[in-house]
Design a protein around this ligand. Sequence first.
Ligand code: NAD
Ligand code: LMR
Length: 338
Amino acid sequence: YNHNLKMERSSGLESAICRAKGGAPGFRVAILGAAGGIGQPLSMLMKMNPLVSLLHLYDVANTPGVTSDISHMDTSAVVRGFLGPQQLENALTGMDLVIIPAGVPRKPGMTRDDLFNINAGIVKTLCEGVAKCCSKAIVNIISNPVNSTVPIAAEVFKKSGTYDPRRLLGVTMLDVVRANTFVAEVLGLDPREVDVPVVGGHAGVSILPLLSQMKPTCSFTSEETAYLTSRIQNGGTEVVEAKAGAGSATLSMAYAAVKFADACLRGLRGDANVIECAFVPSTVTELPFFASKVRLGRNGIEEIYPLGPLNESERVGLEMAKKELAGSIEKGVSFATK
Ligand code: NAD
Ligand code: LMR
Protein backbone atom coordinates (compact mmCIF):
# COMPACT_ATOMS: atom_id res chain seq x y z
CA TYR A 1 0.00 0.00 0.00
CA ASN A 2 1.45 3.33 -1.08
CA HIS A 3 1.30 5.68 1.90
CA ASN A 4 3.00 8.43 -0.14
CA LEU A 5 -0.10 8.77 -2.29
CA LYS A 6 -2.17 9.64 0.75
CA MET A 7 0.42 12.14 1.92
CA GLU A 8 0.46 13.87 -1.51
CA ARG A 9 -3.31 14.22 -1.69
CA SER A 10 -3.72 15.98 1.63
CA SER A 11 -1.28 17.73 3.86
CA GLY A 12 -1.21 14.41 5.70
CA LEU A 13 -1.23 13.74 9.37
CA GLU A 14 -1.15 17.33 10.61
CA SER A 15 -4.29 18.24 8.66
CA ALA A 16 -5.99 15.11 9.94
CA ILE A 17 -5.12 16.12 13.49
CA CYS A 18 -6.44 19.64 12.90
CA ARG A 19 -9.63 18.15 11.42
CA ALA A 20 -9.97 15.89 14.42
CA LYS A 21 -9.75 18.92 16.67
CA GLY A 22 -12.61 20.56 14.75
CA GLY A 23 -12.00 23.81 16.60
CA ALA A 24 -12.29 22.05 19.96
CA PRO A 25 -9.25 20.85 21.89
CA GLY A 26 -8.02 17.52 20.59
CA PHE A 27 -5.81 15.59 22.95
CA ARG A 28 -2.86 13.30 22.29
CA VAL A 29 -3.19 9.99 24.09
CA ALA A 30 -0.73 7.08 24.36
CA ILE A 31 -1.71 3.56 25.43
CA LEU A 32 1.19 1.42 26.70
CA GLY A 33 0.31 -2.28 26.45
CA ALA A 34 -2.09 -1.48 23.62
CA ALA A 35 -2.09 -4.97 22.06
CA GLY A 36 -3.17 -6.78 25.24
CA GLY A 37 -6.49 -8.03 26.51
CA ILE A 38 -7.36 -4.61 27.94
CA GLY A 39 -5.23 -2.67 25.47
CA GLN A 40 -7.12 -3.73 22.33
CA PRO A 41 -10.69 -2.81 23.36
CA LEU A 42 -9.31 0.25 25.17
CA SER A 43 -7.58 1.37 21.97
CA MET A 44 -10.76 0.79 19.99
CA LEU A 45 -12.89 2.79 22.42
CA MET A 46 -10.36 5.64 22.58
CA LYS A 47 -10.38 5.78 18.76
CA MET A 48 -14.12 6.48 19.13
CA ASN A 49 -13.59 9.34 21.61
CA PRO A 50 -14.08 12.71 19.89
CA LEU A 51 -11.75 14.41 22.42
CA VAL A 52 -8.80 12.41 21.05
CA SER A 53 -6.95 13.81 18.01
CA LEU A 54 -3.89 11.55 18.08
CA LEU A 55 -3.73 8.02 19.49
CA HIS A 56 -0.34 6.35 20.00
CA LEU A 57 -0.46 2.57 20.48
CA TYR A 58 2.66 1.06 22.09
CA ASP A 59 3.40 -2.56 22.99
CA VAL A 60 6.34 -4.97 22.95
CA ALA A 61 4.36 -7.32 20.65
CA ASN A 62 1.63 -7.19 18.00
CA THR A 63 1.16 -3.42 17.70
CA PRO A 64 1.41 -3.28 13.89
CA GLY A 65 -1.66 -5.50 13.46
CA VAL A 66 -3.73 -3.78 16.12
CA THR A 67 -2.78 -0.35 14.74
CA SER A 68 -3.59 -1.28 11.16
CA ASP A 69 -6.95 -2.70 12.21
CA ILE A 70 -8.00 0.23 14.40
CA SER A 71 -6.75 2.84 11.95
CA HIS A 72 -9.47 1.79 9.47
CA MET A 73 -12.24 3.03 11.81
CA ASP A 74 -13.78 6.16 10.28
CA THR A 75 -13.50 8.29 13.40
CA SER A 76 -11.36 11.41 13.56
CA ALA A 77 -8.47 10.38 15.82
CA VAL A 78 -5.24 9.63 13.94
CA VAL A 79 -3.63 6.33 15.04
CA ARG A 80 0.07 5.48 15.06
CA GLY A 81 1.68 2.24 16.25
CA PHE A 82 4.99 1.75 18.09
CA LEU A 83 6.69 -1.58 18.68
CA GLY A 84 9.37 -2.39 21.24
CA PRO A 85 11.54 -0.38 23.64
CA GLN A 86 13.45 1.43 20.89
CA GLN A 87 10.17 3.10 19.84
CA LEU A 88 8.95 3.98 23.34
CA GLU A 89 10.31 7.52 23.28
CA ASN A 90 8.60 8.32 19.96
CA ALA A 91 5.38 6.83 21.33
CA LEU A 92 5.48 9.16 24.34
CA THR A 93 6.76 12.44 22.94
CA GLY A 94 4.11 15.17 23.00
CA MET A 95 1.42 13.15 24.78
CA ASP A 96 -1.21 14.79 27.05
CA LEU A 97 -2.47 11.55 28.59
CA VAL A 98 -0.67 8.22 28.99
CA ILE A 99 -2.72 5.12 29.90
CA ILE A 100 -0.75 2.09 31.15
CA PRO A 101 -2.38 -1.37 31.01
CA ALA A 102 0.94 -3.17 30.30
CA GLY A 103 1.79 -6.24 32.33
CA VAL A 104 0.71 -9.76 33.18
CA PRO A 105 -2.80 -10.58 34.48
CA ARG A 106 -3.82 -12.99 37.27
CA LYS A 107 -4.66 -16.67 36.94
CA PRO A 108 -6.98 -18.48 39.40
CA GLY A 109 -5.42 -18.81 42.86
CA MET A 110 -3.21 -15.73 42.48
CA THR A 111 -3.49 -12.42 44.32
CA ARG A 112 -2.77 -9.15 42.55
CA ASP A 113 0.39 -8.90 44.63
CA ASP A 114 1.63 -12.12 42.99
CA LEU A 115 2.02 -10.01 39.81
CA PHE A 116 4.42 -7.60 41.52
CA ASN A 117 7.67 -9.30 40.47
CA ILE A 118 6.94 -8.90 36.76
CA ASN A 119 4.76 -5.80 36.62
CA ALA A 120 6.77 -3.58 38.99
CA GLY A 121 9.70 -3.53 36.55
CA ILE A 122 7.45 -2.96 33.53
CA VAL A 123 5.74 0.05 35.15
CA LYS A 124 9.08 1.44 36.33
CA THR A 125 10.58 1.32 32.82
CA LEU A 126 7.50 2.82 31.17
CA CYS A 127 7.32 5.64 33.74
CA GLU A 128 11.01 6.42 33.16
CA GLY A 129 10.00 6.95 29.53
CA VAL A 130 7.14 9.24 30.58
CA ALA A 131 9.50 11.27 32.80
CA LYS A 132 11.90 11.69 29.89
CA CYS A 133 9.49 12.37 27.03
CA CYS A 134 6.20 13.80 28.35
CA SER A 135 6.66 14.75 31.98
CA LYS A 136 3.60 17.04 31.88
CA ALA A 137 1.25 14.25 30.78
CA ILE A 138 -1.53 12.91 32.99
CA VAL A 139 -0.71 9.24 33.77
CA ASN A 140 -3.41 6.61 34.34
CA ILE A 141 -1.99 3.41 35.86
CA ILE A 142 -4.01 0.23 35.29
CA SER A 143 -1.24 -2.41 35.70
CA ASN A 144 -1.60 -4.45 38.91
CA PRO A 145 -0.97 -4.42 41.77
CA VAL A 146 -2.24 -0.81 41.51
CA ASN A 147 -1.67 -0.34 45.27
CA SER A 148 2.07 -0.77 44.59
CA THR A 149 2.49 0.33 40.95
CA VAL A 150 1.22 3.87 41.64
CA PRO A 151 3.80 4.37 44.44
CA ILE A 152 6.46 2.99 42.05
CA ALA A 153 5.46 5.55 39.41
CA ALA A 154 5.64 8.35 42.00
CA GLU A 155 9.17 7.33 43.02
CA VAL A 156 10.33 7.19 39.38
CA PHE A 157 8.98 10.70 38.77
CA LYS A 158 10.54 11.99 42.01
CA LYS A 159 13.93 10.54 41.04
CA SER A 160 13.79 12.27 37.66
CA GLY A 161 12.74 15.59 39.21
CA THR A 162 9.46 15.68 37.26
CA TYR A 163 7.00 14.57 39.93
CA ASP A 164 3.66 16.37 39.95
CA PRO A 165 1.29 14.47 42.25
CA ARG A 166 -1.69 16.08 40.50
CA ARG A 167 -0.90 14.13 37.34
CA LEU A 168 -0.61 10.59 38.70
CA LEU A 169 -3.78 8.49 39.03
CA GLY A 170 -4.30 4.79 39.70
CA VAL A 171 -7.41 3.57 37.89
CA THR A 172 -9.98 2.17 40.34
CA MET A 173 -12.93 2.99 38.11
CA LEU A 174 -13.74 -0.69 37.59
CA ASP A 175 -14.55 -0.97 41.30
CA VAL A 176 -17.04 1.89 40.92
CA VAL A 177 -18.48 0.37 37.73
CA ARG A 178 -18.96 -2.97 39.51
CA ALA A 179 -20.42 -1.33 42.61
CA ASN A 180 -22.95 0.58 40.51
CA THR A 181 -23.91 -2.61 38.65
CA PHE A 182 -24.25 -4.90 41.68
CA VAL A 183 -26.12 -2.29 43.77
CA ALA A 184 -28.50 -1.56 40.87
CA GLU A 185 -29.18 -5.31 40.57
CA VAL A 186 -30.12 -5.56 44.26
CA LEU A 187 -32.29 -2.44 44.18
CA GLY A 188 -33.87 -3.07 40.77
CA LEU A 189 -32.53 0.24 39.42
CA ASP A 190 -30.95 1.24 36.12
CA PRO A 191 -27.16 1.12 36.83
CA ARG A 192 -26.76 4.45 35.01
CA GLU A 193 -28.74 6.12 37.80
CA VAL A 194 -26.55 4.67 40.56
CA ASP A 195 -23.32 6.23 41.83
CA VAL A 196 -21.41 4.42 44.58
CA PRO A 197 -18.15 5.95 45.81
CA VAL A 198 -15.45 3.30 46.28
CA VAL A 199 -12.40 4.39 48.30
CA GLY A 200 -9.19 2.84 49.69
CA GLY A 201 -7.28 0.88 47.08
CA HIS A 202 -7.61 -1.81 44.42
CA ALA A 203 -7.12 -5.23 46.06
CA GLY A 204 -9.26 -7.31 48.41
CA VAL A 205 -10.29 -5.53 51.60
CA SER A 206 -8.56 -2.33 50.49
CA ILE A 207 -11.54 -1.89 48.12
CA LEU A 208 -14.04 -0.04 50.34
CA PRO A 209 -17.45 0.77 48.86
CA LEU A 210 -19.23 3.56 50.75
CA LEU A 211 -22.82 2.37 50.37
CA SER A 212 -23.98 4.95 52.93
CA GLN A 213 -22.96 7.72 50.49
CA MET A 214 -24.41 6.28 47.29
CA LYS A 215 -26.76 8.20 45.04
CA PRO A 216 -29.72 7.88 45.09
CA THR A 217 -29.76 7.63 48.89
CA CYS A 218 -30.75 4.07 49.92
CA SER A 219 -30.55 1.99 53.03
CA PHE A 220 -29.45 -1.66 53.15
CA THR A 221 -29.92 -4.50 55.62
CA SER A 222 -26.72 -5.81 57.18
CA GLU A 223 -27.02 -8.93 54.97
CA GLU A 224 -27.30 -6.77 51.85
CA THR A 225 -24.30 -4.68 52.94
CA ALA A 226 -22.21 -7.80 53.60
CA TYR A 227 -23.19 -9.37 50.24
CA LEU A 228 -22.54 -6.19 48.24
CA THR A 229 -19.25 -5.33 49.95
CA SER A 230 -17.92 -8.84 49.42
CA ARG A 231 -19.09 -9.02 45.79
CA ILE A 232 -17.50 -5.63 44.98
CA GLN A 233 -14.23 -6.56 46.74
CA ASN A 234 -14.08 -9.91 44.94
CA GLY A 235 -15.35 -8.79 41.51
CA GLY A 236 -11.90 -9.20 39.95
CA THR A 237 -11.52 -12.72 41.35
CA GLU A 238 -15.01 -13.60 40.08
CA VAL A 239 -13.86 -12.81 36.53
CA VAL A 240 -10.45 -14.50 36.95
CA GLU A 241 -12.20 -17.72 38.04
CA ALA A 242 -14.79 -17.56 35.24
CA LYS A 243 -11.99 -17.10 32.68
CA ALA A 244 -10.29 -20.15 34.22
CA GLY A 245 -6.69 -19.34 33.31
CA ALA A 246 -7.35 -17.15 30.26
CA GLY A 247 -6.74 -13.91 32.15
CA SER A 248 -8.69 -11.32 34.14
CA ALA A 249 -11.23 -8.60 33.36
CA THR A 250 -10.47 -6.97 30.01
CA LEU A 251 -13.75 -5.78 28.46
CA SER A 252 -15.32 -4.23 31.56
CA MET A 253 -11.86 -2.85 32.37
CA ALA A 254 -11.51 -1.24 28.95
CA TYR A 255 -14.98 0.29 29.44
CA ALA A 256 -13.99 1.59 32.88
CA ALA A 257 -10.60 2.87 31.64
CA VAL A 258 -12.26 4.83 28.86
CA LYS A 259 -14.84 6.26 31.24
CA PHE A 260 -11.96 7.40 33.46
CA ALA A 261 -9.73 8.66 30.61
CA ASP A 262 -12.67 10.63 29.21
CA ALA A 263 -13.11 12.28 32.62
CA CYS A 264 -9.39 13.20 32.64
CA LEU A 265 -9.71 14.70 29.14
CA ARG A 266 -12.86 16.64 30.04
CA GLY A 267 -10.93 17.99 33.03
CA LEU A 268 -8.02 19.00 30.80
CA ARG A 269 -10.51 20.74 28.49
CA GLY A 270 -11.66 22.82 31.47
CA ASP A 271 -15.08 21.26 32.12
CA ALA A 272 -16.48 21.99 35.58
CA ASN A 273 -17.42 19.39 38.21
CA VAL A 274 -15.60 16.39 36.76
CA ILE A 275 -15.45 14.15 39.83
CA GLU A 276 -14.37 10.48 39.91
CA CYS A 277 -12.78 8.05 42.37
CA ALA A 278 -9.10 7.23 41.84
CA PHE A 279 -6.07 5.94 43.79
CA VAL A 280 -3.89 9.03 44.14
CA PRO A 281 -1.14 10.70 46.19
CA SER A 282 -3.25 11.85 49.11
CA THR A 283 -3.42 13.35 52.58
CA VAL A 284 -6.99 12.17 53.20
CA THR A 285 -5.63 9.50 55.58
CA GLU A 286 -2.21 9.05 57.17
CA LEU A 287 -1.19 6.92 54.15
CA PRO A 288 0.68 8.62 51.27
CA PHE A 289 -1.73 7.16 48.67
CA PHE A 290 -5.45 6.52 48.95
CA ALA A 291 -8.42 6.20 46.61
CA SER A 292 -11.19 8.73 47.09
CA LYS A 293 -13.24 11.16 45.05
CA VAL A 294 -11.13 13.67 43.15
CA ARG A 295 -12.03 16.66 40.99
CA LEU A 296 -10.25 16.65 37.64
CA GLY A 297 -9.24 19.83 35.84
CA ARG A 298 -6.69 21.50 33.61
CA ASN A 299 -3.80 20.40 35.85
CA GLY A 300 -5.05 16.90 36.54
CA ILE A 301 -6.22 16.47 40.15
CA GLU A 302 -7.50 19.88 41.30
CA GLU A 303 -9.08 18.76 44.56
CA ILE A 304 -9.20 15.60 46.68
CA TYR A 305 -12.34 15.19 48.73
CA PRO A 306 -12.35 13.90 52.30
CA LEU A 307 -14.08 10.59 52.97
CA GLY A 308 -17.18 12.16 54.51
CA PRO A 309 -19.29 10.55 57.23
CA LEU A 310 -18.89 6.75 57.48
CA ASN A 311 -21.22 4.31 59.23
CA GLU A 312 -19.96 1.77 61.74
CA SER A 313 -19.26 -1.05 59.25
CA GLU A 314 -17.48 1.38 56.91
CA ARG A 315 -15.30 2.60 59.81
CA VAL A 316 -14.29 -1.01 60.50
CA GLY A 317 -13.70 -1.54 56.76
CA LEU A 318 -11.54 1.59 56.61
CA GLU A 319 -9.17 0.27 59.26
CA MET A 320 -8.84 -3.05 57.38
CA ALA A 321 -8.30 -1.22 54.08
CA LYS A 322 -5.54 0.96 55.54
CA LYS A 323 -3.75 -2.03 57.02
CA GLU A 324 -3.81 -3.86 53.66
CA LEU A 325 -2.71 -0.74 51.78
CA ALA A 326 0.19 0.24 54.03
CA GLY A 327 2.25 -2.87 53.18
CA SER A 328 1.57 -2.64 49.42
CA ILE A 329 2.51 1.04 49.28
CA GLU A 330 5.72 0.38 51.22
CA LYS A 331 6.59 -2.54 48.92
CA GLY A 332 6.25 -0.30 45.84
CA VAL A 333 8.28 2.54 47.35
CA SER A 334 11.14 0.29 48.45
CA PHE A 335 11.25 -1.44 45.04
CA ALA A 336 11.61 1.90 43.26
CA THR A 337 14.10 3.43 45.68
CA LYS A 338 16.42 0.45 46.05
P1 NAD B 1 -2.54 -9.07 28.75
O1 NAD B 1 -1.46 -10.04 29.07
O2 NAD B 1 -3.68 -9.52 27.91
O3 NAD B 1 -1.92 -7.77 28.06
C1 NAD B 1 -0.81 -7.12 28.57
C2 NAD B 1 -0.06 -6.46 27.43
O4 NAD B 1 1.07 -5.80 27.99
C3 NAD B 1 0.47 -7.46 26.38
O5 NAD B 1 0.06 -7.06 25.09
C4 NAD B 1 1.98 -7.38 26.54
O6 NAD B 1 2.68 -7.55 25.32
C5 NAD B 1 2.12 -5.95 27.06
N1 NAD B 1 3.40 -5.72 27.72
C6 NAD B 1 4.14 -6.55 28.50
N2 NAD B 1 5.28 -5.96 28.85
C7 NAD B 1 5.27 -4.72 28.30
C8 NAD B 1 6.17 -3.64 28.30
N3 NAD B 1 7.33 -3.70 28.94
N4 NAD B 1 5.81 -2.52 27.61
C9 NAD B 1 4.64 -2.47 26.97
N5 NAD B 1 3.75 -3.46 26.92
C10 NAD B 1 4.08 -4.57 27.58
O7 NAD B 1 -3.08 -8.49 30.16
P2 NAD B 1 -4.42 -7.64 30.44
O8 NAD B 1 -5.54 -8.54 30.69
O9 NAD B 1 -4.54 -6.60 29.37
O10 NAD B 1 -4.04 -6.95 31.84
C11 NAD B 1 -3.00 -6.00 31.91
C12 NAD B 1 -2.79 -5.53 33.34
O11 NAD B 1 -3.95 -4.82 33.82
C13 NAD B 1 -2.59 -6.67 34.35
O12 NAD B 1 -1.56 -6.31 35.25
C14 NAD B 1 -3.92 -6.74 35.08
O13 NAD B 1 -3.80 -7.27 36.37
C15 NAD B 1 -4.30 -5.28 35.11
N6 NAD B 1 -5.72 -4.99 35.35
C16 NAD B 1 -6.02 -3.93 36.15
C17 NAD B 1 -7.33 -3.59 36.39
C18 NAD B 1 -7.68 -2.41 37.25
O14 NAD B 1 -8.83 -2.29 37.67
N7 NAD B 1 -6.78 -1.49 37.51
C19 NAD B 1 -8.37 -4.35 35.81
C20 NAD B 1 -8.03 -5.43 35.01
C21 NAD B 1 -6.69 -5.75 34.78
C1 LMR C 1 -9.87 -6.52 38.40
O1 LMR C 1 -10.29 -5.97 39.43
O2 LMR C 1 -10.62 -7.11 37.60
C2 LMR C 1 -8.42 -6.43 38.06
O3 LMR C 1 -7.68 -5.87 39.12
C3 LMR C 1 -7.83 -7.72 37.59
C4 LMR C 1 -7.71 -8.76 38.68
O4 LMR C 1 -6.65 -9.36 38.79
O5 LMR C 1 -8.69 -8.99 39.40
